[in-house]
Design a protein around this ligand. Structure first.
Ligand code: PLP
Length: 409
């Protein structure tokens, strides 16, 4: 009997993912995902939900009660935040420093908000004064900005932005998908009202779950837009006084009722992703959130030292670079795609290309999550060194991994 290829068992190739995300999942996370399912209202399940909330409070360094998961990739978290925080016509200020700032503006526009943007060139970050001036002029309801934008590798300093928002009665939302755990993000200390993240960067998981946290102030605002579905509504449910959220799936009011005491049915929680998200947080807490940031700083630093020793020019303002990703200009004498393909197909190591204005100009190399490790850094640098020289590179040879080793000493 012949078996057609359609019925072959799934067997992805061995890869070391050293791009800007996704990265290889931690084996402990993969194991957690394969655990058996249980029912939605099983006390074990609601217990896991509460435990997940508690774990992400630690990851975010917050006391926010409303710390929970949105089912979907990071973009689902962004969309849930913006569509729930912004009524049609509400003003939102979006400072744009890369691709993901444009994404926030695009999602806010679809939510029919009045979108105002300010921009800095790719490779730079905003000064707090620039944001303060724009807030004073525009008087938005919400400031929506990215912390770490993988498209440019920049990490926007946020420590003074919360005070500016508080003084001007603006809700502060941040997409920290790429930066969380690789860079400091004390949510309460920095007075950030709403943060959404994903698992596939420094948390060492696959994409598909978006942890979020909401301050009480932000949650109270969203609850004023409350709308309970007819099929589950009781006489005790009171509809909110503000126009309801235009999305059902991403209505954070309903999602709070589902994760809260009432356990009011909304979607069926994506149980395997909840196991996964919870395990990602557990691993980080076990290591220590600050220690995890220090690990990203160490291995990101070694990677930076390595690419510099290889003679590659680093893109952007290095003093504001995220710990977990570096972008380097592709040398003129080599073909970028040929080098990347050789790394992938001959050595099984993936590095990233780029978007928009940087397309074809830089490679992005990540050291994040499970792959923020010495062996992964040294293998990637040796391989890049080899593949550059196999394809006509004229710069230094054999120096990259040695420089990283020296950095670790
Ligand atoms: C990688 C990244 C995302 C990813 O969004 P997905 O929906 O998970 O693909 C979002 N925001 C930022 C800032 C990122 O770097």
């Amino acid at each position: 009997m012949t078996i057609t290829t359609d019925f072959q068992v799934l067997n992805p190739p061995q890869r070391l993912l050293m791009g800007p995300g996704p990265i290889n999942a931690d084996p402990r996370v993969l194991r957690a995902m394969s655990a058996q399912l249980i029912g939605q209202y099983d006390p074990a399940m609601t217990g896991f939900m509460n435990e997940t909330m508690a774990r992400y409070r630690e990851v975010f360094k917050t006391k926010n009660q409303w710390t929970m998961l949105i089912d979907g990739t990071s973009r689902a978290g962004i969309e849930a935040m913006l569509v729930s925080m912004l009524r049609p016509g509400d003003k939102v200020l979006v400072p744009i420093m890369g691709r993901f700032g444009h994404l926030l503006a695009e999602i806010a526009e679809r939510a029919k908000a009045e979108v105002h943007t300010i921009e800095v060139p790719w490779g730079e970050v905003f000064k707090p004064e620039q944001i303060e001036t724009a807030i004073k002029k525009i008087k938005p309801r919400v400031l929506a900005m990215v912390q770490g934008d993988t498209s440019t590798t920049m990490n926007q300093p946020l420590e003074h932005i919360g005070d500016i928002c508080e003084a001007n009665d603006v809700l502060f939302y941040c997409d920290a998908t790429a930066s969380v755990v690789g860079n400091h993000l004390p949510v309460d200390k920095w007075k950030i009202d709403a943060v959404s993240i994903g698992l596939q960067k420094c948390l060492g998981g696959p994409s598909g779950s978006a942890p979020i946290t909401l301050s009480d102030k932000c949650a109270d605002w969203i609850k004023q837009r409350k709308k309970v579905e007819a099929g589950i509504r009781t006489v005790d449910h009171v509809q909110g006084i503000e126009p309801f959220v235009r999305s059902n799936y991403f209505d954070l009011g309903m999602i709070m009722d589902y994760w809260g005491e009432e356990r009011l049915n909304h979607h069926t929680e994506a149980t395997s992703m909840l196991y996964c998200a919870s395990e990602c947080a557990r691993i980080v807490i076990e290591e220590g959130v600050d220690q995890a940031v220090a690990r990203h700083q160490l291995h990101g630093g070694a990677m930076l030292a390595g690419v510099q020793a290889l003679g590659l020019k680093v893109f952007g303002d290095i003093s504001n670079k995220m710990n977990n990703v570096v972008a380097v200009y592709i040398p003129d004498e080599v073909d970028g795609d040929t080098v990347r393909n050789q790394m992938l197909l001959d050595f099984g190591i993936e590095i990233g290309t780029s978007f928009g204005p940087l397309h074809g100009q830089v490679w992005r190399i990540g050291t994040m999550g499970y792959n923020a490790r010495k062996d992964a850094v040294l293998q990637t640098l040796s391989c890049l060194d080899m593949c550059l020289h196999a394809n006509g590179y004229k710069g230094p040879k054999g120096e990259a991994a040695l420089a990283a080793l020296a950095y670790y000493k």
